[in-house]
Design a binder for this molecule. Structure first.
Ligand code: ADA
Length: 756
């Protein structure tokens, strides 16, 4: 029979490119898996993180099968980002891509009589042929999901098909109720004397369907007459067990959990699950955690899933790569509709090897996760037009879409477009669904631009199923103030922004999905924004999962069925002024507010209740009561609010924008832009402009004022930004800039001659 043995303890690791050892190196550091070498530097903000080629080693005894011909596999659940597996000094497998599982058949390399030396070389160095090339997150290195040894008899369910389970289960709902489970097993080394038994059990363990076929037979259809649907409200799961049998002896057995559901999308009506309209409203998730990186336990994954459940979301976009099986399992069990995707993101590489790597990662994603009922969408790329479009890029998308359909005709493909993707882009005609990442109200534009943009696009493209794959803004718990504004990084602005967005989305059920960017703050070593280096702070929850920001409760008010009330602003604890605004989120129709024990107002509103309150000097206790629930907080009235509430850079940027125009000279800011030959202009790429120090200084200043980003060639997010032009960057980021900012930059650049 099959044995699957976790081998997560007893590893030795060296953070040097030490080369392949002959024996277990006792001098290397003792580590347990899951492990990453970037647990701290991946987001501690002290500059770059260690991207190198490092080594893990461990001994193992060859697991035995009673009969000759048994096989031994090493199963690596993920290795960031490239790996080579060696057993007893011989190479057993290589793998490129940091997020999918892979296996190596090491049978021929194992010794029966002595411990075997397993060595895995992991590298998170950048390779042209491996995605992600560059993106707004840390590419942690290491064996961060654990390793197993699998021992099977000679005849077994296939372990070498793209890391998949060896079985494909497609539950097809029938019109008359019930379902047919189409089951296709991949079996190796089994002759006609082998048969396969299939058994389907429900959540209680009761068998509801079964079948028996010769091992070589094609896919089997197993009827399950009373099959209940998997739904977000009642995520009913079935376990399919396949048993490989020869006469009276079981050789191998595998099982997977799946569910019966049907879904569809309509450009005008949005998403339907099991025939019921279900606008998908939820969050994106990055997997990493504070000072753990991506080396996570099952409990860590489940804690994330339970927080998303507490939020009331019905969908999760698992960005920007394949996540752990534990997390997809949690989504199946808790009832989230999932968008799963590959890391074809931000930077397109023309290297044909890179395209092959995309194909491989998409195959692995689909084959390894096919059975999860939560997954309804395969995402084939994210913001890939940042560096512009080419015929090759379009063709590669066509191929990825076709591959997804070939491997899985039951699901829909989707794509996440960068905000400035042209509305007539050829990429709109490839995937089944489309989605845009828009940051109006953060990088560019005003939050009020979101609704009108969505309405106009929808009206002009009545045949496209449109979603909002990313939207969000930073919220840092230190910053507060009475007049929250875009790009002040305050918790209050993040709350206002999301309150606006929740309403916008609520009013547009035809949007098939919307995903907040992001459920959790996450690591991006290249970032330095809002006084916090190494992180992206757009989470509704902090990276240590300890604090739910006020914006978390905005969505809870919209999405959760459990009665809730939350007083916002408890970290804005010291307040000055005659009066202060108290915001309360609740899904109840009425909120009563008490100040120091006295009722000071009763309001009826929809989700967000705003009270103007005169605090008394010193400490004040506020209590909000809404139906069966209540919340309280303490605020102190002070003469002056703490200086730390305001990020100095916010004032500096305001002054910088004012000064910018003083050096522009007199010009008509609304005149059409000109692009004289022989001069620089806003349509050259950052990389081209970097060749001229004078022009680049001006561009750097403009970019800093527009985005807060410090652009330095070769550092931080340079590889993502270098293909952008100042025009594309400012069009994305320009909303909070005064009219004419882009034009004035063009004037400054056209004054500088290009030297050929
Ligand atoms: C992009 C990108 C994300 C994310 C976001 C941001 O939209 O797809 O990875 O990091 O930007 O926060 O800027």
């Amino acid at each position: 029979m099959r044995q699957s043995i976790p081998i997560n303890s007893g590893w030795r690791f060296i953070q040097e490119d030490a080369g392949l050892p002959d024996t277990l190196p006792t001098g290397w550091q003792a580590v347990e898996l899951p492990h990453t070498w970037n647990a701290v530097d991946g987001h501690d903000g002290r500059g770059g993180y260690d991207r190198g080629s490092y080594w893990y080693a461990r001994e193992f005894e060859t697991p035995c099968q009673p009969l000759p011909g048994g096989r031994v596999f090493v199963e690596v659940l993920a290795a960031g980002q490239q790996a080579v597996v060696f057993v007893n000094g011989k190479q057993a497998a290589t793998h490129a891509g940091g997020y999918s599982a892979f296996r190596a058949d090491v049978t021929a390399l194992c010794r029966a009589d002595a411990p075997n030396l397993l060595v895995i070389n992991c590298s998170n160095e950048c390779l042209d042929s491996v995605y992600p090339q560059s993106a707004d997150f840390t590419f942690y290195g290491g064996l961060y999901r654990g390793v197993n040894l699998i021992s099977v008899p000679e005849a077994h369910f296939d372990l070498m098909h793209y890391g998949g389970p060896g079985i494909t289960v497609t539950p097809r709902p029938c019109d008359c109720g019930g379902a047919h489970f189409e089951i296709d097993a991949r079996i190796v080394n089994a002759d006609e004397s082998f048969t396969v038994l299939y058994s389907i059990t429900d959540d209680t363990g009761r068998e509801v369907g079964d079948a028996c076929r010769p091992a070589g037979a094609p896919a089997v259809m197993v009827p399950v007459p009373e099959a209940a649907r998997w739904d977000v409200e009642s995520p009913c799961l079935y376990t399919v067990t396949a048993t490989l049998l020869r006469r009276n002896e079981v050789y191998d057995e595998i099982c997977c959990r799946t569910g019966v559901r049907d879904f569809s999308c309509d450009p005008q009506k949005g998403f339907f699950l099991n025939g019921r309209s279900l606008p998908l409203r939820g969050v994106s998730r990055h997997q990493d955690r504070l000072y753990q990186g991506n080396a996570l336990s099952r409990d860590d994954h489940w804690q994330d899933a339970l927080l998303i459940q507490e939020l009331g979301a019905n969908t999760v976009r698992l960005a920007h790569y394949q996540h752990a099986q534990d997390f997809y399992d949690a989504c199946d069990a808790l009832g989230f509709v999932v968008w799963a995707e590959i890391p074809f993101i931000s930077v397109f590489n023309q290297d044909p090897g890179a395209h092959q790597n995309c194909i491989q990662q998409l195959r692995e994603l689909i084959i390894q996760n096919y059975h999860h009922p939560s997954i309804c969408f395969w995402g084939i790329s994210n913001e890939i037009l940042i560096g512009g479009i080419s015929e090759q890029l379009v063709e590669n998308h066509r191929m990825l879409h076709a591959l997804a359909k070939e491997l899985d005709p039951t699901r829909l493909t989707t794509i996440a477009h960068v905000s400035m993707t042209p509305e007539d882009s050829p990429l709109h005609d490839i995937t089944d669904l489309i989605s845009y990442n828009h940051y109006f109200g953060w990088y560019g534009g005003k939050m009020e631009d979101n609704g009108p943009w969505l309405d106009r696009f929808h009206a002009e493209h009545p045949n496209l199923c449109l979603g909002l794959s990313e939207y969000g803004c930073e919220g840092i718990l230190t910053y507060h103030g009475p007049e929250p504004a875009c790009k002040d990084y305050s918790e209050e602005y993040q709350t206002l922004y999301h309150a606006h967005m929740a309403k916008v989305l609520d009013a547009r059920p035809w949007l098939w999905s919307a995903h907040v960017w992001n459920m959790f703050d996450f690591g991006c070593a290249a970032r330095n924004e809002g006084g916090v280096a190494g992180r992206n702070n757009k989470g509704l929850v902090t990276m240590d999962r300890k604090i739910r920001k006020d914006s978390f409760y905005v969505y809870q008010a919209y999405w959760s069925r459990n009665p809730m009330v939350h007083l916002c602003g408890r970290r804005y604890a010291q307040r000055a002024g005659q009066t202060t605004e108290i915001r309360v989120c609740s899904n109840q129709p009425e909120v009563t507010l008490y100040l120091n024990g006295s009722c000071i107002g009763v309001q009826r509103a929809d989700k967000m209740f705003v009270f103007t309150v005169a605090l008394r000097d010193g400490f004040n206790v506020l209590k909000a009561v809404a139906g069966p629930v209540q919340d309280a907080m303490t605020l102190e009235k002070v003469e002056r609010e703490p200086e730390i509430y305001v990020l100095p850079e916010v004032n500096e940027r305001r002054e910088g924008v004012a000064n910018w125009f003083s050096t522009t000279g007199s010009m008509d800011l609304h005149a059409p832009m000109t692009f004289p030959a022989g001069s620089w202009n806003v349509r050259y790429t950052m990389e081209e402009l970097a060749a001229c120090p004078e022009a680049f200084e001006i561009v750097k200043e403009a970019a800093k004022l527009a985005t807060g980003f410090q652009i330095t060639p070769g550092e931080g997010m340079w590889s993502m930004l270098k293909n952008m032009t100042p025009e594309s960057m400012l069009r994305m980021a320009g909303g909070q800039l005064p009219d004419g900012f882009l034009e004035s930059l063009n004037v400054k650049l056209t004054a500088i001659a290009r030297k050929e």
